[in-house]
Design a protein around this ligand. Structure first.
Ligand SMILES: [Zn+2]
Ligand SMILES: [Zn+2]
Length: 166
């Protein structure tokens, strides 16, 4: 199945409804991140993130603001309710967005394909044995993701090698 062409766009929005957006194409990869920042942002044990080229996100309503988090991850938030819509990884820049799957109206359509930062995973959580899991960042967790990441970073000033080095 070619998810690039068969993907039905996913709409999403913040808690208060001021910001609405649409994910126009299938994400590069959907993953669960157990890092301390994602725990803070989600207020939970982990955050489910969908990595996608930022230009495949369309803002339908409202004007999200850029919020610089303490740990250098920049994040797009609703100015009214503060909900974190998506974030940018400091090593990847703004060409790639990490959309909070919980922000989507039908986030259940995106099934996690990998687990990252298991070193800070809450110990009660048992991960499925059939998914790749990484102590920190894993790159790439699926082969076809590499080409899209490289293409998104081309000309952005953020070399893919910087990611591999993590
Ligand atoms: Zn809002
Ligand atoms: Zn994280």
């Amino acid at each position: 199945m070619n998810t690039e062409t068969s993907f039905v766009p996913l709409t999403g929005g913040c808690r208060c409804g001021s910001v609405r957006f649409r994910m126009e194409t299938a994400p590069i990869i959907t993953h669960c991140c157990h890092c301390r920042q994602c725990q803070k942002v989600s207020g939970s044990a982990f955050r489910v993130n969908a990595m996608i080229e930022t230009h495949h996100l369309t803002i339908l309503e409202g004007a999200p603001r850029l919020f610089q988090r303490a740990a250098s991850h920049e994040e797009m938030q609703c100015a009214a309710c503060g909900a974190a819509l998506w974030s940018y990884h400091p090593k990847l820049g703004k060409a790639l967005a990490f959309v909070g799957v919980g922000m989507l109206d039908e986030g259940e359509r995106l099934v996690p394909e990998a687990h990252y930062f298991t070193r800070s995973k809450h110990p009660w959580l048992i991960l499925p044995s059939d998914l790749p899991a990484f102590e920190s960042l894993g790159y790439p967790a699926k082969p076809e993701a590499g080409a899209r990441i490289t293409a998104a970073l081309a000309g952005s000033g953020h070399a893919p090698s910087a990611v591999a080095a993590r």
